[in-house]
Design a protein around this ligand. Structure first.
Ligand code: ADP
Ligand code: MG
Length: 302
């Protein structure tokens, strides 16, 4: 009964209430293998509640989750992980003072020996981390350095590579680019593309349409817990996405106001500048071709 061409994860009419607060109301979207579903919304839109529902932290009050076409109930974060739903939270489940390679195998430590002689296989762990990071094109100068010394973008990248290595089928990323500068955000976007090309279904949470659009295949827009729409890439462009994010009609009124003052030109220039910088990083999508993961890795900023 599982349909290999169907969505890997389907969210059908999910609602979540906290007392009288409607955190999510009747939200639906799909996550397909080899695609990125972007969830966009301002503060308080319900993004965190949405991913916690997918990650097994919250039970939905209404609606249904389906995995590979079959209804599922997640009994907790461990249950979600066992089913291959991995979540990278903004504050990352990594230990800053531990080496990169040690963090990489956290929770999946290779062992050698048997019974009372079984122990952590350090050499294999080191080699695994090195190999897997290299396979994702992640250039960490020294895997022995503590995770705390990595840049924000590098840390997110290592977390993404680790989820891929642990065999995640659905990867949920909670605002991985929001605290980062343009180059660092570009680096993370490139690894999102990599995870997609490896066949994972990716859920990318962001409030920035310019981060979502270059990598997204589907866009779910949330506002105060409600859906403003769930669009396939071909159904919406970045201008419309930005307009909806900014409040649609409210923004139209604002832009009329700005037109007379000429301020909209500087906003437009800033947006164009950002887009040019993203393009320079080689992650912008060609209309009919997926992004090439083979482009050289950008050097990390300090
Ligand atoms: N555990 C909770 N208890 C009560 N209210 C909550 C809880 N979690 C979220 N909310 C409320 O749900 C709404 C959506 O919050 P959240 O999902 O964190 O939005 P976002 O991540 O988009 O900023 C907010 O009004 C928030 O106060
Ligand atoms: Mg949030």
């Amino acid at each position: 009964m599982s349909d290999p061409t169907g969505p890997r994860l389907e969210i059908r009419g999910i609602s979540k209430y906290f007392g009288s607060v409607i955190s999510l109301k009747d939200i639906s979207t799909t996550v397909r293998a080899g695609e990125v579903t972007c969830v966009l919304g301002d503060n308080g839109a319900g993004k965190s509640t949405f991913i916690k529902t997918l990650a097994g932290v919250h039970q939905p009050d209404e609606g249904q989750l389906l995995m590979d076409g079959a209804p599922i109930r997640l009994h907790g974060p461990r249950d979600a992980l066992d089913r291959g739903i991995a979540t990278v939270y903004q504050d990352l489940a990594m230990i800053p003072l531990m080496a990169v390679w040690r963090n990489f195998v956290l929770g999946s430590e290779p062992t050698r020996g048997w019974g009372p002689f079984r122990r952590f296989d350090v050499a294999t762990a080191r080699a695994t981390a090195r190999r897997e990071l290299a396979a994702m094109g992640i250039d960490i100068r020294d895997p022995d350095q503590p995770v705390g010394t990595l840049s924000g973008g590098e840390r997110q990248s290592v977390a993404i590579a680790r989820a891929v290595h642990l065999g995640a089928r659905v990867l949920i990323l909670d605002e991985p680019t929001s605290a980062l500068g343009v180059r660092q955000a570009g680096m993370v976007l490139r690894y999102i593309v990599q995870a997609r090309e490896r066949g994972l279904g990716v859920v990318f949470i962001t409030h920035n349409p310019h981060h979502a659009y270059p990598v997204g295949d589907r866009f779910l827009l949330l506002k105060r817990g409600r859906s403003l729409g769930d669009f396939a890439r071909g159904e919406i462009d970045v201008a419309e996405l930005t307009r909806l994010m900014a409040g649609g009609a409210e923004l139209d009124a604002l832009s009329h106001e700005l037109e007379s003052s000429g301020a909209d030109q500087s906003v437009l220039r800033a947006a164009q500048e950002f887009e040019a910088q993203v393009n320079a990083l080689g992650i912008a999508e060609q209309p009919d071709r997926p992004v090439s993961p083979a482009a050289p890795t950008p050097r990390a900023e300090s």
